[in-house]
Structure formats: structure tokens, C-alpha cells
Design a protein around this ligand. Structure first.
Ligand SMILES: Cc1cc2nc3c(=O)[nH]c(=O)nc-3n(C[C@H](O)[C@H](O)[C@H](O)COP(=O)(O)OP(=O)(O)OC[C@H]3O[C@@H](n4cnc5c(N)ncnc54)[C@H](O)[C@@H]3O)c2cc1C
Length: 416
């Protein structure tokens, strides 16, 4: 077993991992960047459409172009990059001042010791088992991200006639991609009364291709024995299925775009406490409940834009640098999501510091107001215009917003 030692180890070489590693390297600390694939870039490498980088680079790039800029910077830095290397165990109990990582690599098992660890493992797709669609088990059912990989990286055409279940962004992007490769996309079926994906993707990927979107509709069966032959769609009214209105769409392929889950098996087994996003609970410094273990990007919460992933991960790297230099968080107060919000990140806020907060709405609303209460007193209201669950909300808070808090204070964010 090869023994290695660094100031910091970053797990995952996507946009998040590279952004965090660059900050650590830039501050003069030694850093290992560990990626299980044989390339850096993560999910970006299969997203060959444009729409990336408008905030980070003030340019519209494709996913691989966005990744390439970070890959070039990483290559110029002194970061020790380990490809084809999977972290299988993280032991945060410190021996001396170090956490321990065990990795499987082409060179055998690596034992990496690092003072700080950044979790940047991204997310994975929910699948048919997660949404329990009745019916047989034929070939031709893919998650949308897998189909994207088959088309954009492996060069396969998954089918000729497709139905997409769920209107998340990956499904919408794949509706357009499948159309371009000659597959007839016969519809997108969404259980909610509103689309799950970004508005720009509804317009550019469905409306521009005359692909029908069935809202408030559930896929109640998948037909076919060896290969998919069709799906049954049942419309809903007030959340109740209306069986008399059900109809069949013939197809040979079903793509599932039914949500993403932060990839935290490693974090859980290391004892990191997870929160309502499925990612770690973190403080103002994006530090998990384990001292010196930070989290950023999709492993923390599923982001809609890679630009926000990069922005958050630069900060996580910067906080790790502060921690490596000896800074330790002071008193922090609990932050929670109140009415109409699914989650708030971070979950603990340092009232002495400026903090960027990310929130996810549970509702679609025009003229929405974001309200911050401290101990039930309204201390801030911000007009947010149109909000919807698919678009992250952010809020910059300063120490001034937290005047008059005590150690027992509680912050609550809500949408009115
Ligand atoms: C299909 C799709 C379309 C998108 N379209 C857009 C768009 O148009 N515009 C936009 O701005 N954003 C878009 N996004 C969002 C954006 O691309 C992602 O949010 C962002 O790239 C995620 O970065 P990440 O580093 O957090 O995760 P990832 O890119 O998933 O990176 C995580 C990395 O960690 C590695 N890893 C995981 N576990 C381990 C382990 N145990 N050991 C070693 N390595 C490990 C993985 O192999 C992976 O490379 C899209 C996302 C998807 C999925």
C-alpha cells in the first residue's frame, strides 16, 4: 500500500473539485485531487450543449469547454491529480492532525493522509426503482443522464421513438438531443402541474421541437416484454388519478428524468451528518459536522447551473485554506427553511461573517418575497420576483443582518 500525505485532499474531479483544489493550491498548500474516471471534468464532459459559464467566464460555453478551462488551470498548478482512483473509505478520526483516505487505483491501494478534506463527489440520478413505475421490465428504459452518455460519449442511438418521464433539465436536454439524432420524442410526462426544469429548456428543447409536455400526468405502466412497446399515461386532477382519461403512447425507449440525489455513501460511512438536501449539513464555511471536512457542488445540494457550483466551490477551497492556516469557526446559529422552502444552505450561520445563502422553493410564485426572521422577528425582506422549484434562490447576508443575535437564536427563511 502506497502512503501519501498532503495538506488537503479533494474527492471528485468535476467542476466543484477542481475549483476547490485550485484555491488550496493557489494559497501554497499541497493538494491531492482524486477522480474515479480517467478524465477530469465530471458530468460536464457529456453535456455538449451550450449554456455554461455565463457567470464564471462571462461567455456561453459547452460543458466540455467549461471543464477544459479548469483542466488547463489544474494542469498548470502543483495539484497532484489521481485519475482512475476511487476513494472507498474516509476515516475522519484524526491520527495526529490528519484524516485518512483509502483509494483503489491502478497502482494498487493508496493510503492518503490529509489535514483537510473536500467532499466534491457530485450526484447520481434517481431511477425506475425510486419512482416505482408498474409494468414489465423490458430493455429500453434508461435514466436520461445514462442516455446522454451513450449518445454524446459512446456514440450509440438508444432508440427510435422515445417518451421521457419527468421534466427535469437532463430529460429536457435529452428530448432535444434525441430529436437531433433522428429519434421521435413523443412526449414528456410530468406528475407535477409545473415543469421541473428551467424555463429556457422548456422553450429551447420542447417548444422549438413541437414535443408535447403532459403536466399533472403520471406514467402508470410501461409495456413490453423484451423491448419497451409503450407507456400508459394517466392524467390527474387535484392530485388524483383520472383512470377514464388514461391513454397509451407507443414507443421503444423510455428516458427517466426524475431527480438527482447527492452522492454521499462515502460521507455517510465517514459519519458526516446529512440534511434535507441529501447532502451534508454545513456551516457558513461549508464545513460539515466533522472538523476540517468541507463539502461543495452537487454533493452538497443539486445545483441548476455549473457557475454556482464553481462559485460555491471556490469559496469552499478558500474556507479550507483559512482552516489550514488555523482559523476555527466561532459561535454559529441554526438556520432553517420555513414555509414554502425545501432547504437552506448553510444550516449554521456565523453571525460575525458575510454569508451566501442558497435556498430552494417548494412552490411556483410570481412577486415572491423572501423573508428572514431571527427569533420570530422579521429582520429582512427581499423581493424575488418569479420563483420556481427548479431555480435556486440565493441571498447575500452580512454581519449587519445578524445584530442582536444570541447563542440560542434561530434563523428562519420563508417565502411569502
Ligand atoms: C445533464 C446535465 C445538464 C446540465 N446542463 C447545464 C447547463 O446547461 N448549464 C449549466 O450551467 N449547468 C448545467 N448542469 C449542471 C452542472 O453541469 C453540474 O451541476 C456541475 O457540473 C456539477 O459539478 P460537480 O463537480 O458538483 O459534480 P460532478 O461533475 O458530477 O463531479 C463529481 C465527480 O466526482 C467523482 N467521484 C464521485 N465519487 C467518487 C469517489 N468515491 N472517488 C473518486 N471520485 C469520485 C465523479 O466521477 C465525478 O467526476 C447540467 C448537469 C447535468 C447532469
Amino acid at each position: 500500500m502506497k502512503e501519501l500525505q498532503y495538506d488537503a485532499a479533494v474527492i471528485g474531479g468535476g467542476a466543484a473539485g477542481m475549483a476547490a483544489a485550485l484555491e488550496i493550491d493557489g494559497a501554497g498548500f499541497s493538494c491531492a485531487l482524486i477522480e474515479r474516471e480517467d478524465y477530469l471534468g465530471g458530468i460536464l464532459m457529456q453535456c455538449i450543449h451550450n449554456g455554461f459559464g455565463l457567470h464564471e467566464f462571462q461567455e456561453e460555453l459547452t460543458g466540455p469547454e467549461f471543464a477544459e478551462r479548469f483542466i488547463q488551470k489544474t494542469a498548470r498548478a502543483r495539484i497532484a491529480v489521481y485519475l482512475n482512483t476511487t476513494v472507498t473509505e474516509l476515516r475522519p478520526e484524526t491520527r495526529g492532525d490528519y484524516k485518512e483516505l483509502y483509494c483503489v487505483s491502478p497502482a494498487g491501494v493508496l493510503h492518503i493522509r490529509a489535514r483537510a478534506v473536500i467532499l466534491a463527489m457530485g450526484c447520481r440520478e434517481r431511477n425506475r426503482g425510486n419512482v416505482r413505475i408498474p409494468g414489465s421490465r423490458p430493455a429500453g428504459v434508461y435514466t436520461a443522464g445514462l442516455a446522454q452518455r451513450l449518445v454524446n460519449i459512446e456514440g450509440y442511438i438508444p432508440g427510435k421513438e422515445a417518451v421521457i418521464i419527468g421534466s427535469g433539465d437532463i430529460g429536457l436536454i435529452m428530448a432535444r438531443r434525441m430529436s437531433w439524432i433522428g429519434c421521435k420524442v413523443k412526449g414528456v410526462v410530468e406528475i407535477m402541474p409545473y415543469p421541473a426544469g428551467l424555463t429556457r429548456n422548456i422553450v429551447q428543447c420542447l417548444e422549438d421541437f413541437d414535443i408535447p409536455l403532459y403536466l399533472s400526468s403520471q406514467t402508470t405502466a410501461i409495456f413490453g416484454n423484451h423491448r419497451v412497446e409503450g407507456v400508459e399515461v394517466t392524467p390527474m386532477e387535484n392530485g388524483v388519478l383520472i383512470p377514464d382519461k388514461r391513454f397509451r403512447i407507443d414507443c421503444d425507449t423510455v428516458l427517466l428524468s426524475v431527480g438527482l440525489v447527492p452522492e454521499n455513501e462515502l460521507s455517510k460511512s465517514a459519519g458526516v451528518e446529512l440534511g434535507p438536501t441529501g447532502g451534508p449539513l454545513v456551516d457558513s464555511y461549508l464545513m460539515t459536522g466533522i472538523d476540517g471536512v468541507f463539502a461543495c457542488g452537487n454533493v452538497l445540494h443539486v445545483h441548476d447551473l455549473v457557475d454556482w457550483v464553481a462559485e460555491e466551490s471556490h469559496r469552499a477551497g478558500g474556507y479550507a485554506v483559512r482552516w489550514l492556516k488555523g482559523a476555527r469557526p466561532g459561535r454559529q446559529i441554526r438556520a432553517k427553511a420555513g414555509s414554502n422552502l425545501r432547504y437552506v444552505i448553510p444550516n449554521r450561520i456565523d453571525p460575525q461573517e458575510d454569508t451566501k445563502v442558497y435556498l430552494r422553493s417548494l412552490i411556483v410564485k410570481n412577486d415572491a418575497i423572501l423573508e428572514l426572521r431571527i427569533d420570530n422577528r422579521i429582520v429582512k425582506t427581499v423581493k424575488k420576483g418569479h420563483i420556481q422549484p427548479s431555480e435556486m434562490i440565493s441571498l447575500a447576508l452580512t454581519a449587519k443582518d445578524f445584530e442582536e443575535t444570541t447563542a440560542d437564536s434561530a434563523l428562519e427563511f420563508s417565502i411569502k
